[in-house]
Ligand binder design. Structure first.
Ligand code: ATP
Ligand code: MG
Length: 431
C-alpha cells in the first residue's frame, strides 16, 4: 500500500482523488451517524469523516469507543472543505485501528510541570512538533555552513580530567577507581586539532552542573564549537555572524509555517543581517547605566543583566574586550590594553542574551604559563594544552554556540527547556 503524508494531500490537485494516509487521532467527535476526527502525522493535520453506513455498524462503534492518540490507517477521498482546519476533508471509505489509546493523560490546560513529567507523550503535540522541526533544521544548517566554509568535523572526548569553564560546574563521574568529569566544552581538544586540520568544528553535548535557576541554563546541552588556526578575534566574529544569518535564512525558508505556529515574529527575523554591531564591554556598562541598570566596570553580565540590556536591541550584538578577571584564563590579553582580553560574546536581542562565547586564545607559551600561575592553576594539569604553545604555536580563535540557546531565541520560546526534547536541569532527570 502506498501511503501519502498529510501535507501532500492538502492541495487542489489531489481533491477528488482516493488516497491512503496514516497517523494518530488528534481530536474526535460523533454527530449522529457521523464521526469527525482530525488525523495528524509528522507533517500536518486533516479532518476525516466516517459515516456509519460505509464503515459498517461494528467498525463505527469501535472507532467511536477509542480515544485520542489511537493510531489508524485509512483510505478515503479528499474533498475541499473551507470549514475544516486545514481546508480539506477526507471522506473515509475504509480504516484500520492499529493501536488503540484510551484516556490519553494530556488534555487542555495542563501545567508546565505536568507536561514535563509526561514529556514522552507531550512530544506529539503540535507545538513540540514545530520546535523539533526547527531544531532539526538548525542542526542541518550548522553542518551546511561549516562544511561549505572549509571546516572539518571532528570530536573530543566526553570523559575528561580538567575544567575549561571553571571547576564549580564540573560533574564528577567514577572512572575505574579514578575520578573523571563530563566535559564542559570541547574547546581545548579542538585547539589540538587545528594543528592538523586548521579549521575544525564539533557539535556535541556539554555538561555543566548549573545550580542557578534561570530561563537559559540546562545541565546538558548541545554545543556547536569551532576553532580556527591563524584567525584573530575579528575573523572569528565574521564567520559567526555569517553562520547565524545563514541559519536564520534556512529556518525562514524551510520552517516558516512552524515559526508562525509558535507565534514567532517572522518579520523581526527577516531584518537580521550582517554585520552585527560590535560593542566593547566598557560601552555596554555605559549603555546599561544610561538605561537605568546600575553596573560598574568589572561586573560580570549574568542572565538578569543581559535580559535587561538586550531588550533594547533589535539584532544580535557582539560584546568584546571584557576585563581579564571575569573571563577564563585562556583568553588572549589585548596587546594594546592587557587589562582586557580579545574575546566576544554574542548577545541575542529581545531579552535573550548570550548565545555564543568566543575569542582569541593565548598562543605564546610565557603568557599562558603566567596566566595559569595568576589563576592558581597547575600547569601539569594542562600539560598537553601547554605543549601546543611549545611546538609551532600559531594565533588562533574559536567559539561555542549553545544550540538550545539559539533555538530558544529563534523560536521565541519562554524557557530554554522547551528547546531540547528531554531537558536536564538541577531538578529534572526523567523521563
Ligand atoms: P552563562 O554566562 O550564560 O552561564 P557561559 O559564559 O558559562 O554562559 P560559555 O562557557 O561561554 O558560556 O559557553 C559557550 C556557550 O554555551 C554559551 O554562549 C551558551 O550559548 C552555551 N551555554 C553555556 N552554558 C549553558 C547552559 N548551562 N545551558 C545551555 N547553554 C549553555
Ligand atoms: Mg555558565
Amino acid at each position: 500500500m502506498n501511503y501519502k503524508h498529510i501535507e501532500e494531500i492538502l492541495t487542489d490537485d489531489i481533491a477528488g482523488k482516493v488516497v491512503n494516509i496514516r497517523g494518530w487521532i488528534y481530536r474526535k467527535r460523533r454527530v449522529g451517524k457521523l464521526i469527525f476526527f482530525v488525523l495528524r502525522d509528522s507533517t500536518d493535520i486533516v479532518q476525516c469523516v466516517v459515516d456509519k453506513k460505509t464503515a459498517g455498524a461494528e467498525k463505527f462503534k469501535m472507532l467511536d469507543k477509542v480515544g485520542v492518540e489511537s493510531s489508524i490507517t485509512l483510505t478515503g477521498t479528499v474533498q475541499k472543505e473551507e470549514r475544516a482546519p486545514t481546508g480539506y476533508e477526507v471522506h473515509v471509505q475504509n480504516f484500520e485501528i492499529v493501536g488503540e489509546s484510551y484516556n490519553f493523560p494530556i488534555g487542555r490546560d495542563k501545567s508546565d510541570e505536568f507536561l514535563l513529567d509526561n514529556r514522552h507523550l507531550w512530544m506529539r503535540s503540535r507545538e513540540m512538533n514545530a520546535i523539533l522541526k526547527i531544531r532539526s533544521t538548525v542542526f542541518d544548517a550548522l553542518h551546511e555552513f561549516f562544511v561549505e566554509n572549509g571546516y572539518y568535523e571532528t570530536h573530543g572526548p566526553m570523559f575528561v580530567t580538567g575544567a575549561v569553564e571553571g571547576g564549580s560546574t564540573l560533574f564528577e563521574v567514577p572512572y575505574f577507581g579514578r575520578k573523571a568529569y563530563l566535559t564542559q566544552s570541547s574547546q581545548f581538544y579542538l585547539e589540538t586539532l587545528i594543528f592538523s586540520l586548521e579549521k575544525v568544528f564539533t557539535i556535541a553535548p556539554s555538561f555543566r552542573a548549573e545550580k542557578s535557576r534561570t530561563r537559559r541554563h540546562l545541565t546538558e546541552y548541545w554545543h556547536a564549537e569551532a576553532e580556527v588556526a591563524w584567525y584573530h578575534n575579528e575573523d572569528m566574529m565574521r564567520d559567526e555572524e555569517r553562520m547565524i544569518v545563514h541559519i536564520i535564512q534556512r529556518v525562514l525558508k524551510d520552517r516558516k509555517k512552524e515559526l508562525e505556529m509558535l507565534n514567532r515574529d517572522v518579520e523581526f527575523l527577516k531584518n537580521i543581517d550582517t554585520p552585527f554591531e560590535r560593542m566593547k564591554y566598557e560601552k555596554i556598562i555605559e549603555f546599561a547605566n544610561e538605561h537605568g541598570l546600575e553596573l560598574k566596570y568589572g561586573d560580570d553580565l549574568g542572565a538578569d543583566e543581559e535580559t535587561f540590556i538586550t531588550k533594547h536591541f533589535n539584532a544580535p550584538v557582539f560584546v568584546t574586550h571584557y576585563p581579564q578577571e571575569i573571563k577564563p584564563f585562556y583568553h588572549r590579553p589585548d596587546p594594546d590594553n592587557p587589562r582586557v582580553v580579545l574575546c566576544h560574546d554574542l548577545l541575542a536581542p529581545e531579552g535573550y542574551g548570550e548565545i555564543i562565547g568566543g575569542g582569541e586564545r593565548i598562543y605564546k607559551l610565557e603568557v599562558l604559563l603566567r596566566r595559569l600561575e595568576e589563576e592558581n592553576l597547575n600547569p601539569d594539569d594542562y600539560f598537553w594544552y601547554v605543549d601546543l604553545r611549545r611546538y609551532g604555536s600559531v594565533p588562533h580563535a574559536g567559539f561555542g554556540l549553545g544550540v538550545e540557546r539559539f533555538v530558544w531565541w529563534l523560536a521565541g520560546l519562554d524557557h530554554i527547556k522547551h528547546a531540547i526534547p528531554y531537558p536536564r536541569t538541577i531538578r529534572r532527570l526523567t523521563p
